[in-house]
Structure formats: structure tokens, C-alpha cells
Design a protein around this ligand. Structure first.
Ligand SMILES: C[S@@+](CC[C@H](N)C(=O)[O-])C[C@H]1O[C@@H](n2cnc3c(N)ncnc32)[C@H](O)[C@@H]1O
Length: 294
């Protein structure tokens, strides 16, 4: 059995996957919700089988665009007066990768950032590249056929349902798709779930910097593609994260968000005595007083 398959679990039920005797399907071991996945050239672990309309549209669009994509995306960055190669390198540097690390890329597309990830974790690393579009990922796979001293695995999947146990990866990267994910908060939850405690997660997509939104050329950009007016999905971050940083990149029309997984959500000390005259006051007592006043 392919060693990679042994690491996979059902993206929905999170139960073990078992390969059929003919090697053509992986099935979960759930009696409540039995599910099977096709093992093609690249294993197809997409869930839900019937995608939300928004995700299905993206899948269809990228399946159609995979040959035009590399040129098209470079044109976008050129129009933003950005240096694509340098900016992608800067985003990957936020992951603080080292040789030997195990990294998951969600929405890897044609592999533009995957190449940088793979280089950073060589020798001895393991990159798992995934995308909702079989055509995009198939194209990426061709680009890495000659890579040595590093393990690269692929699966077709929805970023909101990841087929891995908790705490599997040293780091996770996603760029360019999150704004349109139908279940975006769930995707962030999954990103944090599969990364080890302390591991880094880096996510980016369109969002014009707030202080530039009344500028003429940025207004034209946002009218031409309303995704440039999207806001940064900070409210979707899981509670158990720290070191959250946001930066505007690619001509201030995209954001990159980086954070680390914590074991538990943080809390603050609301019982600490306030050092006033009698030391009898604290945040909790003040909150109670304010609530009573309302
Ligand atoms: C703009 S492309 C970015 C590709 C690549 N990361 C890059 O920077 O060139 C967005 C990618 O996200 C993928 N995608 C969209 N929705 C997804 C989802 N729900 N789960 C996983 N991938 C998704 C698309 O198929 C597409 O390949």
C-alpha cells in the first residue's frame, strides 16, 4: 500500500480509510456515514461529494483555466506593480521552514509557491500538495516529477475538510482561494487542527488596504473585480492561535495573514486586584457593576 494512503483519514468522519482489493477506492470505516473515495492518478478526497455552489463554481473555473493560469496570475501582479517572485518568497519565509519539515499546501494550484516550499524542506522533507481542481493540481504534479531528496504527495480535496489526524504538519500554507471558500471558518479550523502546536500557518488572498480604498486606481480595481474589496477574515480565525500578523502585499491589494497554533485558547486574568487604595477591585467586579447599570 502507498505509504501516503496510510496517513489519510476520511475528511468527513475522520475515521481510518481502507484501500479496496483492486486498489481503486479508499473507504472509511464509519457505519453511520460510509463514504468511498476514488484513487485515480491523484486520489480524490473531495468532501462534500456535492459541493456548495460557490466551491463547485471555483472548481469548474480552475479546471477550465489551468493552462492559462500561470500567465494570467503574473499579469495580475504586474498590474499591481508588484514583484511576484520576491513577494511569493517573502510569504513562504513567514513559514520559517527547515529541511526535513512536513508541510501541507491547500489550494496549491499550479504549484507556484509549492516549488519554494519544496526547496526549503529539501533534503528529507515531506510536502503534501492539494487543490480542489484536479486539472490545476495535475499540472503542478508534472512540474515536480524530477524532484529528489524530498517526498511530495498529492490529493484533490476541499480545504474545509482535511484528511489528516490532528497535529500532523509542521506548517500549512494557502494562498489565493480562501475568500471564495463556501465554509471559510471551517477551513481555518481545519488548518489549525492538522498543524502541530507551535506550527505556523500562512494564508493570503485579495483585500485592498483600507487607507487606499478611496483612491481612483484602487476603486477601478475593486469595481473590475469585487474580490479586491473583500475584508480580511480575522473573525474566522480559530481561538487557539497566537502571534497573529497581517501584512499588505502585492501592491497593497492582497493580504498575508500568519499565525501559530496554541494548545488552548488564551484567557486574561480578570481577578487580578487593581492597585488602587483598598486593592478590592478587579476587572470581574467592574464588569458586574457595569452589567447591573445597563
Ligand atoms: C488563485 S488560485 C491560487 C493557486 C496558487 N496557490 C497560487 O498562488 O498560484 C486558487 C486555487 O484555490 C483552489 N481552491 C478554490 N477553492 C478551494 C477549496 N475549497 N479547497 C481547496 N482549494 C480550493 C482553486 O482550485 C485554485 O487552484
Amino acid at each position: 500500500m502507498n505509504n501516503f494512503f496510510e496517513q489519510l483519514i476520511c475528511p468527513k468522519t475522520k475515521t481510518k480509510l481502507v484501500l479496496s482489493a483492486d486498489g481503486k477506492t479508499l473507504s472509511n470505516t464509519s457505519t453511520d456515514e460510509p463514504l468511498s473515495y476514488d484513487v485515480n492518478e491523484i486520489v480524490d478526497l473531495v468532501y462534500p461529494k456535492e459541493l456548495f455552489e460557490q466551491d463547485r463554481k471555483e472548481q469548474v473555473a480552475y479546471n477550465d483555466a489551468y493552462l492559462r493560469y500561470d500567465r494570467g496570475v503574473s499579469w495580475v501582479f504586474e498590474s499591481l506593480r508588484a514583484n511576484e517572485a520576491a513577494t511569493r518568497k517573502q510569504m513562504i519565509s513567514l513559514l520559517k521552514l527547515k529541511p526535513g519539515m512536513k508541510v501541507l499546501e491547500v489550494g496549491a494550484g499550479t504549484g507556484k509557491d509549492s516549488a519554494l516550499i519544496v526547496d526549503k524542506i529539501t533534503p528529507g522533507g515531506h510536502a503534501v500538495l492539494s487543490d480542489l481542481s484536479p486539472a490545476m493540481l495535475g499540472y503542478a504534479k508534472q512540474k515536480f516529477s524530477d524532484k529528489k531528496d524530498v517526498k511530495i504527495d498529492y490529493f484533490i480535496g476541499n480545504g474545509s475538510y482535511l484528511p489528516f489526524e490532528d497535529n500532523t504538519f509542521d506548517a500549512l500554507f494557502h494562498f489565493g482561494g480562501i475568500n471564495t471558500f463556501a465554509e471559510r471558518a471551517k477551513a481555518f479550523e481545519e488548518f489549525a487542527r492538522v498543524v502541530k502546536v507551535g506550527g505556523r500557518i500562512v494564508v493570503g488572498d485579495e483585500s485592498t488596504a483600507p487607507w487606499l480604498r478611496d483612491q481612483k486606481t484602487y476603486q477601478i480595481l475593486m469595481d473590475a473585480n469585487p474580490m479586491f474589496a473583500d475584508t480580511i477574515p480575522l473573525e474566522d480565525l480559530p481561538k487557539n492561535v497566537k502571534d497573529v500578523k497581517v501584512e499588505w502585499i502585492f501592491g497593497n491589494a492582497f493580504y498575508v495573514l500568519s499565525f501559530r497554533k496554541m494548545k488552548k485558547a488564551p484567557t486574561v486574568n480578570v481577578n487580578l486586584q487593581i492597585p488602587n487604595k483598598d486593592f478590592k477591585d478587579n476587572w470581574r467586579l467592574r464588569a458586574e457593576k457595569n452589567r447591573k447599570k445597563k
